[in-house]
Design a protein around this ligand. Sequence first.
Ligand code: A3P
Length: 299
Amino acid sequence: MLYLFQSFWCQPKEIQAIISAQTHFEAQDSDVIVATIPKSGTTWLKALVFAVVNRRRFDVNSIEHPLQKSNPHDLVPFLEYKVYANNQVPNLSNLDSPRLFASHVPYNSLPKTLIKNSNCKVVYICRNPFDTFVSIWHFISKIRPTNLGPFSLEEAFDMYCMGQVGYGPYWDHMLGYWEESLKSPQKVMFLKYEDLKEDINLQVMRLAEFLGCPFSAQEERDHVVDEITKLCSFQNMKNFEVNKDGKSILNFDNKGLFRKGEVGDWVNLLSEEMVERLSKIMDEKLAGTGLEFPNIFKS
Ligand code: A3P
């Protein structure tokens, strides 16, 4: 059951933690916030951000690297699912800096200290809405209690097109961060899943630059970028023991976070009518914004 709260859709149990984060979170200039809408590449981006900012602390090649032992959702916790969940208001001031957190809420619902009163950085990733929908539908179908029966593709798609998806409407979510990234490029970095799939090394170098820790010439010669992208690759992460057996968010199996990790899987699920309907919505919503997904109909 989704409720409309602060102009986005969410589950009632998430609201308390979102309000608590808005009320209590005190940003530090060195904080990094990974912001996404579900199923757009959150797990991947969390892993990359963690590996990049901590590369001098944790050897990327070590089998003891935290990403080999913990799921990215434990290393970069969500404000609304972990940090402020269950009515806790933790003292975060003693955490090592840079502190890494994540959130699914739209830009305007992030804690005010984070967007207004600090120089902390926000990294956002979005994904073409076709693949994002397909990924959501598979995920919900997997976690849905059996007594509710299957979630039909048609019903899920209809809700998605009406904007009714966790933290959606999807287009409002993307555009909120997109516009902010244009206004304040030093504050908000806007990434696309498809661009990461196309040239991960390039995007990781941009990410490091944005986060104020660019790769040195020596690191480039030592192939540190390759090592990070390999550590965080789909195949690699999917096969870490912790991601085969563990649980990180809301008691979901970590393995459910790694399905196919491809661009274009939507062609296997969506009918022509569905593609037409969603294309029309995206054309209308994104018109004149400069935000595009140019390669999704290529292959
Ligand atoms: P698919 O369902 O299309 O396979 P999120 O992390 O936001 O929940 O997004 C989940 C999607 O990202 C899933 O997409 C998942 O397979 C994919 N994914 C997870 N880890 C990835 C990685 N390291 N590289 C690329 N894609 C990844």
